[in-house]
Design a protein around this ligand. Structure first.
Ligand code: MIC
Ligand code: SF4
Length: 755
């Protein structure tokens, strides 16, 4: 069965007319990204050109995807919107709440025991409102989406930053907060600033140890974690066509790590092959009829400098494997240069754990290539030095890989652990023995993120990101500085052997197979399905609407924390053990900003309480201000809120009474999340003003009552010695977003309109 085939047919039927209209208004050759965006305007056929990087545009995405950790909040909000059914095809995927410990079956059972309340809630809400539900164990959201729902030229939003993975099948797929998903599920337009365009021309062909992962590891090194902000990255060229659809998915997936709005590739044979292999020949037949619209115009690709805002060229034939890290995904080092850099920086070289999986690298092809390395080592009598953990991307991938013998290959290593088809260690769902000792160590994985504490909670774990085949090789060597292209290993006979280059299959030659894919279709008529949330629950809590703005200037606000350096969503609302409270706003608020580094003492979770003068934990200090009715402000550095789409990072401060977040710059999703939840997300007009903020400052907004699009705000800083300074703040609120602030949240407006 092909999901939503009627919707896909309708999208393709509209394409010729929509592209013709877009050509008229834009009046020059079109990139693929522009075609997809203009084909999905809320207004229908384009009547005006939108300015990249400037115009706010209303879009009509084709579908919505959610995962369990964010869906709880998204669906709690949707329940407040007063709708009977979702307006577009939507799915929820249970993948984040399963901890990796012993192995797949036991771990899954344990998760079912621990989180049944949440799974039952999600299953019944989905059933009621017409949302497909993929049960625990079915797989990681983005692999399941790629296998079942993604289609070339489609537009999707998803409550997870790696929704962008679907660019591997030529979609424009964008990560958002739950409140954005609610807009689309409630049948409203979804707003986005018209993205800028970055073109990446890929020439040559990958060979040897280089993998699609290395393309994005290299791009991350070039663009850094904020280089893609506000832009869509479009890959093209012969090199692009030479890679598999799942390989393209890997590249698009990690576009989240450079802050890109999304990434995409033109429709090509690799996508045809993948769609056909996953039972969607029907989609191929439909897409082929409009194939010219599902890729960028030839003139664009011939003269990219004229049509993209920035162009990068990478010759795949010259690309070598990379290791990115530690602590940030953009610190890119070619394997050949790694040893020197690691020694200079004192990175631990010995490896105890190597992990393959996560939504970015858990496809059939990935497992097959990693298995080829293991197979080669076994046949040469080499034993692995590290433990190799594997999380397959979906039940279909696992079942097929099992049938084709790859799982048995991994099991040839006594130290291999096959975990559930789920996020697992990638999101800190990992019961790693000894992590609590907080010893300095390194791990290597094929995931996308490697922020401090993310995988095992240990701040001293140095995590490095690499391709699955490199992860397998490092697992065998037990050392991070192992270069499989030049180094040898000692086998059990004491002989020096070299690992052969990876081989693998893009797709299973016998086709994919699965017995139970874990899908639950929603009820045709959900009106009689009831959704219960106990008031006693520690995991779920119905939402109370946030209070509307009183129209007055915020005055007498205290500084809660001035965050130093990197402050990702993992620092603002940690995952791992806290995932269990994702449906309970008050409980999860106890993790607010506990990972952020206080610029005044360089410690985490220790800030001055201006009421008592004492140091205290951030959530506790904030609760004290709230109890005293005192507003607060959070100050941050660049790219504040980088990483996840989790809107908890915006809802927690909102819930606890923080009024404004003032930073040097924001990551896109987090900035929108703040706006949606009725917070003030502001930036220093003069970056250096960050330095003016002192630990015991009080703030007065002097012209907030005149807030208007494009107009700076003025902030008076009152220092403890009584001296005052005035600084200017920028904001990007348009008229509608100001309405959200006024109403207390975007949802308050939807709910008011539904009555
Ligand atoms: C992540 O990779 O950080 C997550 C967990 O998938 C998040 C979503 C979440 O916080 O639930 C993301 O990337 O958006
Ligand atoms: Fe799950 Fe990790 Fe992918 Fe996030 S990045 S969706 S936690 S596998």
């Amino acid at each position: 069965m092909v999901f939503d085939i009627d919707m896909i047919k309708a999208v393709y039927e509209r394409y010729p007319e929509r592209i013709a209209a877009a050509r008229k208004v834009v009046n020059k050759p079109l990139t693929l990204a522009e075609k997809i965006l203009y084909a999905h305007l809320w207004e229908g056929a384009a009547t005006t050109e939108y300015e990249r990087g400037n115009s706010y545009v209303d879009f009509a995405p084709d579908r919505v995807a959610m995962q369990d950790a964010t869906a709880q909040m998204a669906l709690l909000q949707f329940m407040q919107a007063g709708k009977e059914k979702v307006a577009v095809p939507s799915t929820t995927h249970a993948d984040h709440l399963i901890q990796a410990k012993v192995g797949a079956n036991k771990d899954l059972q344990e998760a079912l025991n621990k989180s049944s309340e949440v799974f039952n809630f999600l299953s019944s809400v989905c059933n009621k409102y017409g949302i497909g539900f993929w049960k625990p164990g079915a797989g990681i959201i983005h692999q399941v989406i790629l296998e079942n729902y993604a289609f070339p030229g489609g537009m999707m939003i998803g409550t997870d930053s790696h929704t962008v993975n679907a660019g591997g099948l030529g979609m424009v797929a964008i990560g958002v907060g739950g409140a954005d998903a609610v807009d689309v599920m409630a049948g409203m337009a979804w707003e986005l600033k018209m993205p800028k365009l970055i073109g990446v021309k890929l020439t040559g062909k990958l060979s040897g140890w280089a993998a699609p992962k290395d393309v994005i590891l290299k791009v991350a090194g070039i663009l850094t974690v904020k280089g893609g902000t506000g832009a869509i990255v479009e890959y093209f060229g012969e090199g692009a066509e030479s890679m598999s659809a799942t390989g393209k998915g890997t590249i698009c997936n990690m576009g989240a790590e450079i802050g890109a709005t999304t990434s995409t590739f033109g429709y090509d044979d690799s996508m045809r092959r993948y769609l056909a292999a996953t039972g969607r020949q029907e989609v191929v037949d439909l897409a082929d009829k409009v194939a010219e619209h599902l890729t960028g115009d030839a003139e664009v690709y011939a003269n990219p400098d004229k049509y993209f805002d920035q162009v990068i060229e990478i010759n795949l034939s010259e690309l070598s494997p990379h290791l990115n890290g530690p602590f940030t995904p953009d610190l890119a080092t070619p394997v050949a240069e790694f040893r020197e850099k690691a020694i200079a920086n004192d990175w631990p070289l010995d490896i105890e754990w190597a992990l393959i999986g996560s939504c970015t690298n858990s496809s059939y092809e990935d497992l097959s290539r990693a298995a080829s390395i293991v197979d080669d080592a076994v046949s040469k009598g080499v034993k692995p030095k590290a433990i190799l953990g594997i999380n397959p991307g979906s039940e279909q991938v696992r079942f097929t890989a099992e049938r084709d013998g790859f799982m048995d290959t991994f099991r040839e290593f006594d130290s291999a652990r096959i975990f559930t088809n789920a996020c697992g260690p990638c999101i800190g769902q990992w019961d790693r023995e000894g992590a609590e000792k907080e010893e300095k160590n390194s791990i290597i994985h094929s995931f996308n993120r490697n922020f401090a504490k993310r995988a095992d909670g240990n701040p001293n774990t140095h995590a490095f990101v690499a391709s699955p085949e490199m992860v397998a090789a490092v697992a065998i060597a037990g050392r991070l500085d192992f270069n499989p292209m030049t180094d040898t290993l000692l086998n059990e006979n004491g002989e020096e052997v070299r690992l052969s280059e990876p081989t693998g299959s893009e797709l299973p030659s016998k086709g994919f197979a699965v017995e139970d894919n874990g899908y639950q279709a929603p009820a045709e008529d959900g009106s009689t399905v009831s959704v219960e949330v106990s008031t006693e629950s520690q995991r779920l809590q119905l939402l109370e609407p946030f209070a509307a703005w009183d129209g007055k200037n915020i005055t007498g606000a205290k500084l809660l924390i001035k965050a130093h350096g990197k402050c990702t969503t993992d620092h603002i609302s940690m995952a791992g053990p806290w995932l269990r409270y994702r449906g309970h706003l008050d409980n999860i608020s106890n993790n607010m900003l506990i990972g952020a580094v206080n610029a005044f003492n360089m410690e985490t979770n220790s800030v001055r309480n201006q009421l008592t003068g004492e140091m205290g934990e951030v959530p506790a200090v904030q609760r004290a201000y709230k109890a005293a009715g005192i507003p607060t402000v959070v100050v941050g550095d660049h790219n504040y809120g980088e990483g996840s789409s989790r809107e908890h990072a915006a809802m927690e401060p909102r819930h606890l009474g923080v009024r404004a977040v003032i930073v040097k710059s924001f990551a896109r999703i987090h900035e929108t999340n703040l706006k949606k939840q009725g917070m003030l997300g502001l930036t220093f007009a003069n970056e250096a003003d960050y330095d003016k903020i002192r630990e015991d400052d009080t703030f007065n907004f002097t012209d907030l009552d005149q807030i208007a699009p494009g107009k700076q705000l003025t902030l008076e800083i009152v220092h403890a010695d009584g001296s005052k300074e005035e600084i200017k703040l920028n904001h990007t609120y348009n008229a509608q977003q100001i309405d959200w602030f006024v109403a207390g949240s975007a949802l308050n407006l939807i709910a008011a309109n539904a009555i």
